[in-house]
Write a protein that binds this ligand. Structure first.
Ligand SMILES: Nc1nc2c(ncn2[C@@H]2O[C@H](COP(=O)(O)OP(=O)(O)OP(=O)(O)O)[C@@H](O)[C@H]2O)c(=O)[nH]1
Length: 682
């Protein structure tokens, strides 16, 4: 298992990457590899940020710009160099839907980085795109010019991925900044993701500017939320900014605060080059485009650069800034943010978190924090139409060019035919890939239930990783099985504490801690198996709390559990894609649910078909499809009883033979329905 051996037990890293439209596209929009399906729709960054910077745009009307002047906006102006003391690198951190994208839009508008009119047009465009193709478009970084007290400043907004599942990418984006705007919805208060992101920002020693958004809403209670932030996070909120990103209130105060409060980068341009990659994507024309922040030294076009983690070297064909579309420059210095195109063939060679240095004058050490991508969730992907197998392979190869974390290897199954076993960083990543394969590559796929990576300790002392339930070694060969555990933090109004605890207990959760973080809200900590979360945990969380609870999780390591393989036999034949690894305590209920569901879904045959759930050779649940009885007596009007008996006997003998050689065709829909059920009951 080449794929499995590549995994280790380090915490998962979550990767979100993008594809690009053609580099020659005037608007140069980045299509991120994000699907917008199911419950996670809201978690994606909706775009509104537009990458069309136009020269000579007019100042915005209707936006208050008190005390500051708008920056001039010609292309040249945007490139104008400012001393390092006038550079500010910052991110926006927020819980989903608290208004991060809306605020970013407004900052771009007010600084004149994006023209008002373009914004609208693009916005509509993008909404269409979203609707049609299920993708969102995101901006990775934008350089804004802002004039504060008659001095021009260069403000670099570095985007963080919208979903905190991609916490590694969030942490690398934050590592490229000196400060962050902490946006909290004044009508909602602190949520799980707010906390997770703030902790990441504090780990990176960022200056945090609290911003209370949506003060225009009637239900907004900024003062109360302010106290909540102080109590829960322990952040000084005396200089918090009240804002409405939607109405354009408080935007210039935010820009002023960025200049006043976020420190300028250190001037280390004389040191050997060290640049931190915080994003990369594959462009079919120019190879991988790497987004980075120069931490030390400088880099210019034509330099021979070296990626310290992947050990690959390339020549920088193009160096530039993001304004927010790509504009070539000659050189980038310490403190600046930009991109490099160096004909890199796959994002695996220029991964997020890697350090770029010069080939001839290498830095002594790379920047801290690099992590390899470790797939945590696996599933089988099979084309419904067997002819689509080569197309599926091509599509996966193409996606992999842009997504170093996606792993796949061929898999064959008697029931499903040829397909691939694919590894993903998390559930969101899995959904994104599935959705893209179906939408962008027109593939019709069957997905087997997601499985986590188990660690199997054999009796002979070996330890192997197993991501495919049907390949779990026999009980006789294994000493123990370990599964990944996560630490999960749930934030909820106190009315739903009971419901959430019940949910966590059902999912084999171990209660760790509960504390009240505000008068009506509690934080509950649990540790539970990742396998219990890959089902419908998030949906359950939302439905049991009417959408009020939020959650956050991180993988904490492997623990031994009493796990067994549950097989499904239809007409005494094992159906591999339906095999699962379950906890012994749950095996009976899962087995019963699966067999009952299969009974409903499989069409009756001419013979009786037993459907069994087994642990090894022991049947733990069983159902039977009764045979369709053809009325062989139909033609005997009245008549002799012995003639009828003879006909029935003949029929019985025929059925027996049929059963012995008969193969049950399980319809695709049955598979899909069962796999869905499997996710729910597991
Ligand atoms: N009333 C009001 N609504 C706002 C304000 N800011 C954002 N919104 C709305 O809140 C919703 C979420 O805003 P987004 O900017 O998409 O939030 P986000 O944090 O980027 O969310 P994700 O992209 O899902 O991570 C949108 O419907 C916005 O129109 C505001 O100041 N006032």
């Amino acid at each position: 298992m080449a794929m499995a051996s590549a995994m280790d037990l380090s915490p998962p890293t979550f990767f979100l990457s993008g594809t690009s439209t053609s580099s020659s596209s005037p608007s140069l929009r980045r299509l991120s590899s994000i699907s917008v399906s199911g419950f996670r729709r809201h978690s994606y960054r909706k775009l509104q940020i537009l990458c069309q910077a136009t020269a000579g745009t007019e100042p915005q009307s209707g936006l208050s710009v008190s005390g500051s002047k708008l920056a001039a906006r010609s292309g040249q102006d945007r490139l104008l160099k400012v001393p390092i003391s006038n550079i500010r690198n910052f991110s926006i951190i927020a819980h989903i839907d608290h208004g991060k994208s809306t605020l970013a839009d407004k900052l771009l508008q007010v600084t004149g980085t994006v023209q008002n009119r373009d914004m609208k047009e693009q916005f509509l465009d993008n909404m269409d795109l979203e609707r049609e193709r299920g993708i969102t478009i995101k901006l990775q970084a934008a350089r804004m010019r802002y004039v504060y007290e008659d001095t021009p400043y260069c403000l670099n907004l570095i985007d963080t991925p919208g979903h905190v599942d991609f916490s590694y990418e969030v942490s690398r984006s934050l590592a490229a900044c000196e400060g962050a705007l902490l946006v909290v919805d004044a009508s909602q208060g602190v949520e799980a993701q707010t906390l997770a992101n703030v902790y990441l920002a504090l780990e990176n020693n960022l200056e945090i500017i609290p911003v209370l958004n949506k003060i225009d809403l009637p239900g907004a209670e900024p003062e109360k939320v302010l106290r909540e932030i102080e109590e829960v996070i322990g952040l000084d909120c005396s200089k918090a900014i009240f804002c409405s990103a939607k109405e354009g209130i408080g935007i210039t105060e935010i820009l002023d605060a960025i200049v006043q409060r976020i420190p300028a980068p250190l001037d280390t341009a004389k040191n050997p080059l060290r640049a931190l990659i915080f994003d990369s994507y594959y462009d079919p024309y120019r190879g991988v485009i790497v987004y980075f922040r120069v931490i030390d030294g400088k880099v210019k076009k034509g330099d021979r650069i070296f990626f310290m983690a992947s050990g690959k070297d390339y020549f920088a064909d193009e160096v530039g800034v993001l304004s927010p579309n790509q504009i070539q420059v000659d050189e980038l210095y310490a403190g600046e943010v930009g991109y490099i195109a160096a004909s890199v063939r796959s994002v695996a060679d220029a991964r997020v978190g890697d350090t770029i240095t010069h080939y001839s004058r290498k830095a002594e050490s790379s920047l801290p924090g690099y992590e390899e991508a470790t797939p945590m969730v696996f599933c089988g992907l099979f084309p419904v139409d067997a002819d689509q197998f080569p197309d599926l392979r091509d599509a996966l190869e193409k996606l992999q060019l842009n997504d170093a974390a996606l792993k796949f290897e061929p898999e064959t199954s008697s029931a499903m035919g040829f397909g691939f076993r694919c590894g993903f960083l998390g559930l969101l990543h899995m959904e994104i890939v599935q959705e893209r394969l179906e939408r962008e590559y027109n593939l019709n796929l069957i997905t087997t239930a997601p499985s986590v990576v188990y660690r199997v300790n054999s009796v002979n002392g070996d330890t192997t990783l197993c991501s495919n339930p049907s390949r779990l070694p026999d009980p006789g060969q294994r000493k123990s099985v370990e599964e990944p555990y996560v630490k999960i933090e749930l934030l909820t109004p106190k009315d739903y504490i009971g419901a959430l605890m019940e949910l966590a207990q059902e999912r084999r959760g171990e209660f760790k801690e509960m504390k009240y973080i505000a008068e009506n809200r509690a934080s509950i900590l649990y540790e539970l198996p990742l396998a219990e979360m890959v089902g419908d945990f998030f949906d359950q969380l939302k439905s049991r709390t009417k959408g009020y609870a939020s959650m956050e999780y991180s993988v904490i390591g492997y623990r031994e559990s009493d796990l067994i393989k549950l097989d499904i036999l239809i007409n005494a034949e094992m159906v591999e894609p339906l095999s699962t690894i379950v906890h012994r305590d749950k095996a009976y209920s899962v087995g019963r649910a699966l067999t009952q569901k299969l009974k409903e879904l499989i069409p009756r045959q001419m013979f009786k078909v037993p459907i069994q759930a087994c642990i090894g050779s022991k049947v733990i649940a069983s159902e039977a499809l009764s045979a369709i009885r053809k009325d062989v007596l139909a033609k005997c009007y009245g008549g002799d009883i012995s003639r009828k008996k003879k006909l029935l006997k003949k029929q019985a003998a025929g059925k027996k033979r049929m059963k012995a050689i008969g193969r049950v065709d399980v319809p695709q829909e049955a598979f899909m329905a069962v796999l869905k059920l499997e996710r729910e009951v597991l």
